[in-house]
Unconditional design. Structure first.
Length: 321
């Protein structure tokens, strides 16, 4: 187990004692009592911290994609209806994740929904907050750690610059984990979308199956089934651990974007722990709901409560990029 994964496991186990705190939207960590800077000063401080850093580790969660319009997962909103309207009409789903947990009667119907879900993210353009983030960090040595599965970062950066610790919509795995192998999902998804047309189910011969056991395939993602934690999974943690090992003695800026209360132990809490341990490290957290800055790192960090898209646009402008 790599160092970063060990930290995640440790903090996840610790978090079980505080589930009531997370459910209420809080954190069990002691937070700073210092008054926050005005927004304009926070933007200047953020830009200054980027410029002074030797390197940057970005930790990005669902809030980053939501800020750019990828907000259809939990809500029955305009973007959800644009992509999933025909399923919402028939099944009454209120957000894309609702369909992921539905007890489908047939594999053809299930894959009609799964293919639509995957195609929505695979075919999406790079969202503006990602473009702005790239402009902010591109002149620095950086690495991306993300719990997002929507492939946005993979449309910008090479494989060795990104760790996707919760999976990736571009891959299938065996539903029963009979093999450690994962395989391409993009071509099968395109064929399923074409095959289902305006209907809600894919043709039987297009239901993706494991090439080893013949059982159904499933997207290589955590959260909806038997997530394969094999070689590809281990590689994600190796990448971020290796990067940290190479840069831990430098001025590392940890940028946390859009972490909610469901999985703070994957990015937010490890970042707080690492900043507190590394004497030259600094931290910026951006969230549109919370403004958490632990007391232990209050002199080396800022927490900005605001729209992530707006913050990144403003920081980019402040830096003249």
């Amino acid at each position: 187990m790599t160092p970063y994964e060990q930290l995640v496991v440790q903090l996840t186990n610790q978090s079980f004692r505080y589930q009531h705190v997370y459910r209420q939207g809080g954190t069990p960590y002691r937070l700073t009592e210092k008054e926050s800077l005005p927004y304009e000063e926070q933007i200047k401080a953020f830009a200054r911290m980027v410029e002074q850093a030797d390197c940057i580790l970005v930790g990005a969660a669902s809030g980053l994609s939501a800020a750019g319009g990828g907000d259809f997962y939990y809500e029955d909103n305009e973007s959800y209806r644009a992509y999933f309207g025909k399923f919402a009409e028939k099944y009454g789903f209120q957000g894309a994740f609702a369909g992921m947990m539905h007890p489908w009667e047939t594999a053809e119907e299930r894959w009609g929904y799964l293919a639509t879900f995957l195609n929505t993210t695979l075919s999406a353009p790079v969202r503006q907050p990602y473009v702005d983030l790239d402009a902010v960090i591109r002149d620095k040595e950086f690495f991306i750690l993300t719990t997002n599965q929507d492939t946005q970062f993979m449309k910008l950066y090479p494989w060795d610059k990104v760790a996707e610790i919760q999976g990736d919509h571009r891959f299938f795995q065996c539903q029963h984990c009979c093999t450690d192998e994962v395989w391409d999902a993009t071509e099968p998804v395109a064929k399923m979308i074409a095959g289902m047309g305006e209907g809600l189910a894919v043709p039987t011969d297009l239901v993706p199956r494991c090439p080893h056991c013949g059982g159904e395939a499933f997207p290589w993602v955590r959260g909806y089934g038997n997530f394969l934690q094999g070689e590809l999974y281990d590689e994600q943690y190796r990448k971020v651990s290796d990067w940290l090992g190479q840069h831990a003695q430098e001025k590392v800026l940890f940028i946390e974007l859009g972490v909610g209360r469901m999985t703070p132990a994957f990015i937010q809490e490890p970042f707080w722990a690492l900043v507190s341990q590394l004497p030259q490290a600094s931290y910026v957290g951006i969230n549109n709901v919370t403004q958490f800055l632990p007391e232990v790192i209050e002199d080396r960090g800022i927490a900005i409560r605001g729209d992530i898209a707006e913050v990144l646009t403003d920081v980019r402008a402040e830096m003249g990029r």
